[in-house]
Design a binder for this molecule. Structure first.
Ligand SMILES: [Ca+2]
Length: 464
């Protein structure tokens, strides 16, 4: 009896060990930097947009119509929205997402998706309000954009100017891209309330740039340069810098202005040529700017996912960001199709694997979100605000609560906001002890922000 106990114990221990390390896929090298790769979450269906939220959670869309919020420490996710009228067909469905840049004060989540109107496929931009538990109150900002079962874009990103940028595809009708009355085949620039910015290049129009085929990657560098990846036809996938009012040539031009007919069109139409062109095509998708010292090989680079080529491409930028000086491939055919990427302030990289999108070969556990982290990570966030901690005790707040915050903040003022961003209380902070009284607040979600000489700190709280 006793003899047989050891093997069983050993097997149990082995199973436990396997269970614990199930998500870890081991170490690889990025140049001379060792990184750990691990799966944070499995069994997703075509995660389309992944982003790092100001709450230090990962937010992601799945193409069939769900939005989820995931704790990156343990992979635990909560579905916070299901949109019923999403039309997932071919390449279409629920696509891009962006969070309002001042999310803690204006907790809006922007989403773009395809829907049917009669027998047509359309695209709409909506926003929802985050109440701390779920997304509610859909507001339509733009709708009726021509769409199709393919070539729908659509990536969303906020710029440092506080405007929302949105890519749209040509919807399978190449005439849309040069038609300034069509919102398809464009990069659009939109006020956070859905109106047209006064300083857009074409008066009264959302159009920021034209002549696009199907851009599915958008990201800003810290210097405020907008980069975009764009699917070419059977040739000429592109990486572009998006400039105000410029024409990107489609369908008259693919890739560089290097054919006689293209050259004429380019000269006559102020066409901006790409930074990089890929033939054969990779099927280029989500992009992010990386600039953390944890992976020096990727510093000041655009990291670009690709679907068909199944790899991550790093594109090292010149000092002024206006050119790509070096490119390298990573994870080639390692995970399969890669749809999107995001970077956390402490230098981790997250990839959305997309083998269940109808064009891939799913592997057990697909689709997944993968984390890449330097083995010798400094753990240092490049976002200084995160070093300023604030805690409200108790929370939920029933009457009165104490607010704990770090001395390093050098706090001067605090403000309490309701969930719509309206200031309810604002006062000076005179010591490191602050109390808030919610006696006359109605039930709901609130937000406290402390402003100091060394930065700001903020926290949501609930009044039951
Ligand atoms: Ca060309």
């Amino acid at each position: 009896m006793k003899k047989s106990t050891y093997p069983i114990a050993a097997i149990v221990l082995l199973m436990l060990t396997m269970g614990c390390s199930e998500s870890s896929e081991g170490q690889i090298s990025i140049g001379s930097t060792a990184v750990d790769t691990s799966t944070l979450i499995s069994d997703l269906d075509t995660p389309w947009e992944i982003l790092w939220g100001p709450d230090n959670f990962l937010w992601f869309t799945e193409r069939q119509g769900t939005v989820s919020r995931m704790n990156p420490a343990n992979g635990q996710r909560t579905i916070i929205l299901t949109i019923d009228d999403v039309f997932e067909y071919g390449e279409g469905g629920l696509l891009g997402m962006a969070l309002h840049p001042d999310f803690q004060v204006q907790p809006y989540v922007y989403l773009v998706y395809n829907y049917t109107s009669g027998s047509s496929i359309k695209e709409r931009l909506v926003r929802y309000s985050w109440d701390g538990n779920s997304l509610a109150n859909q507001e339509t900002l733009i709708e009726g954009i021509s769409a199709n079962s393919y070539h729908d874009g659509s990536r969303l990103v906020f710029g440092p100017d506080g405007k929302l940028y949105m890519s749209t595809g040509d919807a399978g009708n190449t005439g849309n891209s040069q038609n300034m009355n069509s919102l398809s085949g464009k990069i659009l620039r939109i006020n956070p309330d859905g109106s047209v910015p006064d300083d857009n290049p074409f008066s009264g129009s959302y159009v920021w740039s034209s002549g696009h085929r199907n851009a599915q990657g958008l990201t800003f560098s810290p210097d405020g340069i907008l980069y975009s990846s764009e699917h070419g036809p059977d040739t000429d996938d592109e990486l572009n810098i998006i400039e105000t009012g410029r024409n990107y040539g489609w369908p008259q031009v693919a890739g560089f202005c290097d054919l006689p007919a293209e050259t004429d069109f380019c000269n006559e139409n102020n066409v901006r040529e790409p930074l990089v062109v890929w033939t054969p095509t990779l099927a280029v998708a989500g992009i992010s700017h990386y600039d953390h010292p944890d992976i020096p090989e990727w510093q000041n680079s655009i990291l670009m996912t690709s679907l068909k080529a199944g790899k991550l491409v790093s594109l090292k930028l010149s000092g002024n960001g206006m050119a790509v000086v070096e490119q390298a491939d990573w994870f080639v055919n390692h995970y399969g199709r890669l749809r999107d990427i995001c970077v956390s302030p402490d230098g981790r990289v997250f990839l959305a694997v997309s083998n269940r999108d109808g064009r891939g070969t799913p592997r057990p556990g697909d689709d997944r979100i993968v984390e890449i982290r330097a083995v010798n990570s400094t753990g240092i966030s490049t976002n200084q605000e995160e070093n300023n901690t604030l805690k409200i005790v108790p929370n939920p707040v029933n009457g009165e609560a104490t607010v704990h915050f770090s001395n390093g903040l050098k706090a001067t003022e605090y403000a309490v906001y309701d969930q719509w961003g309206k200031i309810l209380t604002r006062d000076k902070v005179n010591s490191t002890l602050l109390r808030i009284n919610t006696g006359n607040f109605s039930s709901g979600n609130y937000f406290l922000k402390i402003t100091g000489l060394a930065g700001t700190a903020s926290s949501a709280f609930i009044v039951p």
